[in-house]
Design a protein around this ligand. Structure first.
Ligand code: SF4
Ligand code: SF4
Length: 309
């Protein structure tokens, strides 16, 4: 194990459309003693990178204690994946960095404050995130963006990358919105890969202009512009174990999000061995006709090994 991803609790101060990882149920909260036990176990099993996810990890009362414990145990990278809102509280960002937080992945969707709040189903979410970002910028923490690609926000991706690169974010992970758990109620939010392709190209150009990097998750090579192939996500390369609040653990690459399906056309594809296929929830909504076999010539001289986060 290289990475331990601890989703210690599903409590969240937002109610994002399509998110099934937020819950106030006590059964969806790991006891602090178990958090510490997992931190030790992760180190024993070789992990030196920690990813605090959720839910919203900053809401937990043991958040700072967890950061301190992780640092004392020797975790080198301590990543916090967050909606950023609590960092708006005075001193919180500074205290988190002092406790050991080395990097922050900020959930981003749109530059439009009203749409941001609407997608988060939380009035004031955008303003709080912006205040949180301002506080984080005053520290030396590494800032990254986790951008959720949805149909209504897709076209602004290049502008969003450009704007947040100017704000000091150094890297962006592009997550294709999923209807795995939200069902058909959120189907209109899942963009078509064909619509994504030109936007990814523009986003890459924006990233290059801003001197930042991109990683794209769940977009197979045949639907991703070749100039982004060096940013395809390598889930297995993460060597990451996800731990849920109830203590169940699994390797990231075995999750439903990472286990793609291979349409028949993939049999003739030269990129098959380095591709994870199309996500099953995507196929259920939009079919598999966008997949098209790549030839040996298409991939000649290209590195399809992917990148880790
Ligand atoms: S901020 Fe994250 S955990 Fe909270 S509701 Fe939104 S997507 Fe879910
Ligand atoms: S055709 Fe299939 S194997 Fe080839 S890149 Fe597309 S999804 Fe992957």
């Amino acid at each position: 194990m290289k990475w331990l991803e601890l989703a210690a609790g599903y409590a969240c101060n937002c109610r994002c459309i399509g998110c099934q990882a937020c819950s106030d149920a006590s059964s969806d909260q790991m006891a602090p003693v178990d958090v510490l036990a997992w931190l030790r176990r992760g180190r024993r099993q070789g992990a030196d990178h920690l990813w605090l996810g959720g839910g919203e990890p900053t809401l937990r009362r043991d958040f700072l204690a967890t950061l301190r414990a992780a640092r004392q145990l020797g975790y080198q990278r301590i990543k916090v994946q967050t909606n950023g809102m609590l960092f708006a509280y005075e001193g919180f960002a500074h205290n988190a960095v002092a406790a050991g937080m080395t990097e922050v992945n900020l959930l981003l969707r749109t530059l439009d404050p009203a749409l941001h709040d609407e997608l988060h189903q939380t009035p004031g979410a955008h303003a709080a995130m912006r205040a949180g970002l301002q506080a984080l910028q005053a520290t030396n923490v590494r800032l990254e963006g986790d951008v959720l690609l949805t149909t209504p926000t897709l076209r602004e991706l290049p502008m969003l990358v450009e704007a947040y690169a100017r704000e000091g974010l150094r890297h962006f992970n592009l997550w294709l919105f999923s209807a795995h758990e939200g069902g058909d109620a959120v189907r209109d939010l899942v963009p078509r890969l064909a619509d994504l392709t030109p936007v990814l190209r523009q986003a890459r150009a924006a990233a290059d202009r801003g001197g930042v990097t991109l990683c794209t998750l769940h977009t197979p090579p045949c639907t991703t512009p070749p100039e982004l192939w060096d940013g395809l996500f390598d889930a297995a390369g993460m060597s990451l174990v996800v731990v849920q609040p109830d203590g169940r653990a699994f390797a990231m690459e075995t999750s439903a999000y990472e286990q793609g399906v291979y349409p028949t056309t993939c049999e003739a594809c030269a990129a098959r061995s380095s591709c994870r296929g199309l996500r099953s929830d995507y196929i259920r909504l939009h079919g598999d006709t966008e997949a098209s076999a790549l030839t040996v010539r298409d991939i000649a001289g290209r590195d399809l090994a992917g990148r880790t986060l």
